[in-house]
Design a protein. Sequence first.
Lengths: 89, 166
Amino acid sequence: MYDLVRAGLAELAAEARPVDLFPQVVRRTQRVRRALAIGAVAGAAAVLLGVPVVVAATGAGDAGRSTPGGQPSLSFAAKTSPPARSPSP
Amino acid sequence: MDDEARRQFGLFVADRTPALIRVAYLLCGDQHAAEDLLQSALVKTAARWEALRQAGPEGYIRMIMYREQVSRWRRSARQRELAVEARRDAVVADQSRHVDLRLTMRDHLLQLPPAQRAVLVLRFFEDLTETQAAEVLGCSVGTVRSRTHRAVARLREVLAREGVPQ
């Protein structure tokens, strides 16, 4: 049985036609390298542009949390009456 | 890749492609698919040529081809089922021409699932041991053994049905 399998495989393998793949391999390798280079540049650009945007957004967020008109929060506290101290039940 | 490395890679490809395309053909059963599979493996080898050329790139190429073919087949499993069904229908439809339609071992091998065919190619065409075959496929020796057993049993069954002496 194993001899039959070997013979069948040899018969099948003999059908393969010789081919020169080197030019296509070189072209595909160059395409892959170009794609990787473009991806690396795009990634670096995203980081370089994205970091300042995130920092600016974070900084603007902190500033926005202050009271309107830029007054310190103490003035708001001064307008309200201090909470009365009630004895605990 | 510098010029010298490229030259060596070119020499390697020219020298080993005839043997490698035969293996790829056994795995794919089709010339175009075999060229595509081998080309894909060679591109991956080119990317690692500096590291591989001393260690022996051929083993790496074979490993890529075997593993990639099995995984490609798994991804297109449904298309394979349709192809096998169509072939089976064609045989059943014209059974009167028994001699013409009698499938040879070659055809039976092509009808095996690629994972089973891969182990037969490794064991009986490339004459690797079970351990070596397991390394190439990235599976256990037990898996190689069971796939070989199933593949051979399947071939025995179809040959017995056709009355082919074994």
